[in-house]
Design a protein around this ligand. Structure first.
Ligand SMILES: [Zn+2]
Length: 410
């Protein structure tokens, strides 16, 4: 009896694995290990004897090579947690069998409708089986679709010794959604040369570019004085912060940019008359663009501060992650092989960039180059999330083909 990718997916999504950015533990929520234990048992059952869940909440396993020649060790990676944005407790997956088109009304909440107008990708799913929630939780296709796909591909590789491949590593991470997915990963233990996250959206897509990202912390020291005696003396730090915010260029914001444009985005502000703090994130696809936006930000601050001679400011840039393309371009075979695998799995490959970061962007800079392949999910982090059985099956095929191609070309 062999489980399909859909069987596995339905089994994994009902386990609540929401991560928590306010937690300081690793993993951030203990319940993520409830999911981690399940694929470990399943991998041990199919004979991958090193499969284990470690104390930090990571799952590691190896599919041993079945050829004599040396083949680069590649790794497939997915994250087990779901986003803090929407509840993942008590997920009740629903299946729309052979979808005939039109909006999908979710049974548990009449307000929740997956509309074709918002999801043009539904037009490519006619006749497919679409999995949704009942509208009261997120689904967790991000990224349990990836886990189900890697697990199913592992089963296929183990069951079919005629498929030649090198050693393949499996890695499932906790806490990706809160940016800590690779904090405690043991790359030496993993022992892979290259990796692929299965965490993208539309079938056929591969992403080899992410934003480069910095955080900026601005502190403002104003001049505090009793309001009754303030004339000509008070410099209210709250107002200074407000002026800085109001001068941020409107055309460099998340709400006004798309494609390859970057932005400057305030994420938090606190203040009193005496002092204020302003947090921003800066995003761009290249480091020069990032630096230019930070220089612009500091020019704005200086212009504002010129009117407040008694006040001062601090400006701190904290690097967050970098565009993985700089690393991936040094190893073109990683993308070439993936593009070929997508083609052999019956799709037209589409290369793209991510307006965000992935576990892969950090892994790439930790010496494990790692682009992102589609997992098939859509409308991530919301109760309208959906994925089709057929797209998950295409992802399974892509993984198997990729394993073959690395062996062929070694
Ligand atoms: Zn994800």
């Amino acid at each position: 009896m062999t489980d399909t990718v859909t069987d596995r997916f339905l089994r994994y999504v009902v386990i609540d694995t929401q991560s928590d950015p306010t937690s300081s533990t690793q993993p951030s929520t203990d319940k993520q290990k409830n999911l981690g234990r399940m694929p470990v048992e399943e991998l041990l059952a199919i004979g991958l004897s090193d499969a284990h869940l470690d104390e930090h909440g990571y799952v590691y396993a190896t599919i041993p090579s079945n050829v004599d020649k040396p083949v680069p060790v590649i790794c497939f990676c997915s994250h087990m947690d779901t986003a803090p944005d929407f509840t993942g407790t008590n997920v009740k997956p629903q299946i729309v069998r052979s979808y005939s088109g039109g909006d999908i009304r979710l049974s548990g909440d009449p307000q929740q409708i997956i509309r074709v107008a918002d999801n043009p990708a539904l037009n490519d799913q006619i006749g497919n089986d679409i999995i949704t929630t009942d509208g009261t939780t997120l689904l967790g296709a991000d990224d349990k679709a990836g886990i189900a796909e890697i697990m199913t591909a592992a089963q296929i590789l183990v069951d079919n010794p005629d498929i030649k491949h090198g050693a393949i590593k499996i890695l499932f991470t906790p806490d990706e959604e809160i940016g800590r997915g690779v904090d405690k990963v043991d790359l030496e233990k993993l022992g892979a040369r290259f990796a692929y996250t299965m965490d993208g959206e539309t079938a056929g897509h591969i992403e080899d570019e992410t934003f480069s990202a910095d955080g900026v912390e601005i502190t403002i020291q104003g001049v505090a004085i009793h309001p009754g005696f303030a004339k000509g003396k008070m410099e209210n730090a709250i107002k200074i912060a407000g002026e800085i915010i109001s001068r941020l260029p409107k055309n460099l914001a998340p709400e006004t940019t798309e494609g390859r444009e970057g932005f400057v985005h305030p994420t938090g502000v606190t203040g009193s008359m005496e002092k204020a703090a302003l947090n921003l994130i800066v995003r761009d696809f290249n480091d020069d663009g990032l630096a230019a936006k930070e220089a612009m930000l500091e020019r704005i601050i200086k212009q504002v501060m010129a009117d407040y001679p008694g006040s001062s400011y601090g400006f701190k840039v904290k690097p967050q992650y970098r565009n993985m393309k700089a690393i991936l371009d040094r190893h073109p075979e990683i993308i070439d092989n993936a593009v070929e695998a997508i083609r052999r799995a019956g799709m037209e490959p589409v290369r793209g960039s991510i307006r965000g970061g992935t576990d892969g962007s950090r892994l790439s800079f930790m010496s494990l180059p790692c682009p992102n392949i589609f997992a098939g999910g859509h409308a991530f982090h919301s109760p309208l999330e959906w994925v089709s059985r057929q797209d998950m099956e295409k992802a399974v095929k892509t993984i198997v083909e990729l394993a073959k191609i690395w062996e062929e070309r070694a």
